[in-house]
Design a protein around this ligand. Structure first.
Ligand code: NAX
Length: 316
């Protein structure tokens, strides 16, 4: 039998946590044959709700020995609130949880930050956990990726599993760029480009992009709560592909530490197309970027640079 993997979920008493914990226990994240030991952290005001899922409000206890950390806990954006309003609250949370992971997590612990502002929370976590390799710190843009696949599959009336290789570039915010220029659909006549099948450029360059960008806000507006089940499911997709690998010829979107690929400033956590093998992600290289895309890649990078500056100003 396999050795158990310790998985930390912060914000475990929240809505995403409530959906995510049973998925992990059922093997959706790491496979049905992989035993897991769940570490669930929340804060004292949530302790009563937490009694419903068994866990701790002690960050050290929560982080000790974990192999995978899914950071869902934070101060969530509510209706009408901009991400920037919640920055300073999250900076202090991520700074202290970084230190706890740094001291107590297992060597080679993989970290996925879900809580918003996800990219910048991940960056703060990276900065304050210098002994965790930067390759091990990521943020969730897989939900946006899955939404982009969903939009295309609905438009073409095909199975979502037949669509692949969309890309979410940049920030998990409304400046993200959902890119279909390299996406394909599996058809009875072989693999076809999305651009060829959806011959409506106005839709692809307009409504498709804004729908994916705005979907999070639309759900908050409708539910008065952010998406929980789809976010939990996307978090499982993210970790599963990272640990177990992406299928040959398929890439996914992950927020990772930029090395300057595609002229994205190094030192930001930015969503790129990645393939995964042996527990490591690699940015897909050499994709041609047209002028329309270039502007959108730069715009979301600018927002991330501003967020980074704002986060640092909250530290001093
Ligand atoms: P909830 O408010 O239901 O849950 C958050 C939980 O975190 C609460 O139980 C709270 O007590 C706990 N918490 C707060 N501070 C904590 C701390 N210091 N340590 C541990 N736990 C702490 O929010 P929920 O709807 O579950 O959303 C969680 C986060 O995910 C939010 O920041 C939200 O914006 C973000 N999202 C990110 C997505 C993404 O794709 N990256 C999509 C879904 C979601 O919007």
């Amino acid at each position: 039998a396999k050795d158990p993997v310790r998985v930390l979920v912060t914000g475990a008493a929240g809505q995403i946590g409530y959906a995510l914990v049973p998925m992990i226990a059922r093997g959706v994240m790491l496979g049905a044959d992989q035993p897991v030991i769940l570490h669930m952290l929340d804060i004292p005001p949530a302790a009563e709700a937490l009694n419903g899922v068994v866990a701790t409000t002690d960050v050290v206890e929560a982080c000790t020995g974990v192999n995978i950390a899914v950071m869902v806990g934070g101060f969530p954006r509510k209706e009408g609130m901009e991400r920037k309003d919640v920055m300073s609250k999250n900076v202090s949370i991520y700074k202290s949880q970084a230190s706890a992971l740094e001291k107590h997590a297992a060597a080679n612990c993989k970290v996925l930050v879900v809580a918003n502002p996800a990219n910048t929370n991940a960056l703060i976590l990276k900065e304050f956990a210098p002994s965790i390799p930067e390759k091990n710190i990521s943020c969730l843009t897989r939900l946006d990726h899955n939404r982009a696949l969903g939009q295309i599959s609905e438009r073409l009336n095909v199975q979502v599993s037949d669509v692949k290789n969309v890309i979410i570039w940049g920030n998990h915010s409304s400046t993200q760029y959902p890119d279909v220029n390299h996406a394909t659909v599996n058809t009875p006549a072989g693999e076809k480009a999305v651009r060829e099948l959806v011959s409506d450029d106005a839709w692809l360059n307009g409504e498709f992009i804004t729908t994916v960008q705005q979907r999070g806000a639309a759900i908050i507006k409708a539910r008065k709560l952010s998406s929980a089940l789809s976010a939990a499911s996307a978090a499982c997709d993210h970790i599963r592909d990272w640990v177990l690998g992406t299928p040959e010829g398929t890439w996914v979107s992950m927020g990772v530490y930029s090395d300057g690929s595609y002229n994205v400033p190094a030192g930001l956590i930015y969503s790129f197309p990645v393939t995964c093998q042996n527990g490591e992600w690699k940015i897909v290289q050499g994709l041609p970027i047209d002028e329309f895309s270039r502007k959108k890649l730069d715009l979301t990078a600018e927002e991330l640079s501003e967020e980074k500056a704002l986060a640092y100003s909250c530290l001093s």
